[in-house]
Design a protein around this ligand. Sequence first.
Ligand SMILES: Cc1cc2nc3c(=O)[nH]c(=O)nc-3n(C[C@H](O)[C@H](O)[C@H](O)COP(=O)(O)O)c2cc1C
Length: 338
Amino acid sequence: MLFDPFFLRGMHLKNRIIMAPMCQYSAGEDGFPQSWHEIHYVSRAVGQVGAIILEATAVEPRGRISNKDLGLWSDNHIKPLAQIIEKCQSYGCKVGIQISHAGRKADIFNEPIVAPSPVRFNNKYQLPEELDHAEIEKIIDAFSAAVQRADLTGADFIEIHAAHGYLINQFLSPLSNLRTDEYGQNRSLFLQQILERARRQLSSDKPISVRISAEDYKAGGNHPENFGELLNPIKSLIDIVHVSSGGVVDDTEIPAFPGYQVKFSEIIRQQLKLPTIAVGKLDSPILAEEILQNKRADLIALGRELLRNPYWVLRTSSELKSSIDWPIQYLRAQHNIG
Ligand SMILES: Cc1cc2nc3c(=O)[nH]c(=O)nc-3n(C[C@H](O)[C@H](O)[C@H](O)COP(=O)(O)O)c2cc1C
């Protein structure tokens, strides 16, 4: 199944392998991609991944994970991203952009940072200011404008970054959302309002992925079983759930064995009846195939393995004797792997 096509909304993927979003910490201080980004992403498109999710891309400067993140907070960001996306697409690869706000995990020191509640992630980060309703509205506006710009880059889909302890995740988790107002009583309200606006800005044929941290690895935090309650009321706004874990609080241990997050994907897929992307040390093709065949996820995302080997898909297709289209320039390498 790894090399079977997949359809989502109006998007057609040639196979089930996704490049996971990975910050390159190489953008200009102003959020613009550099030549590194083009080489990095286009190589994986040549390597025939079905889709690439571009790294966390900030909706406003104080929402950057680092001051070398990509940004989409101005119209000037559209064109340079569009150029990279178009090149990736010319190799038959679909491209999504991960739309992000770091909240209390913004590693920047030139301006105040914000969060649902005024609690520091750890003492390496600034103490965040608690967001009031007017500020929440402004951030939702920033998400909406960034999604509109993402649409204009020609991206095939977007991913809303609601994982790894960044701003949306800070609202979703009871460990970081200590509010008593409606955003505390309904911890998915902030995500809901972002998704409602995003859906209106994005072309109707383009899917929306939501990346979540399904497990907080801490008592009193979120566990996969909680996501039925959190996301079922808003599932019509979500096309696919990208199931990751961790990052909300600092003092946790994540048991990162091959497939460690697959169980979470399986639970969420069953509870929400939505397709899922599994991720986390899935670079064994047999493991990836097992996950798809047993309906534990619909797509497989690879992160670090694609940093080690941009041509993982080509090699794996030869090893599994699956016929996929190789770039014609590389055809002589197709059959003599040994
Ligand atoms: C260098 C690096 C940067 C990352 N940046 C992001 C990111 O921008 N957004 C995100 O959601 N996850 C990010 N991640 C997490 C990956 O998307 C992925 O979930 C994680 O590496 C586990 O998958 P793997 O075992 O295949 O690498 C990053 C991981 C790495 C190694």
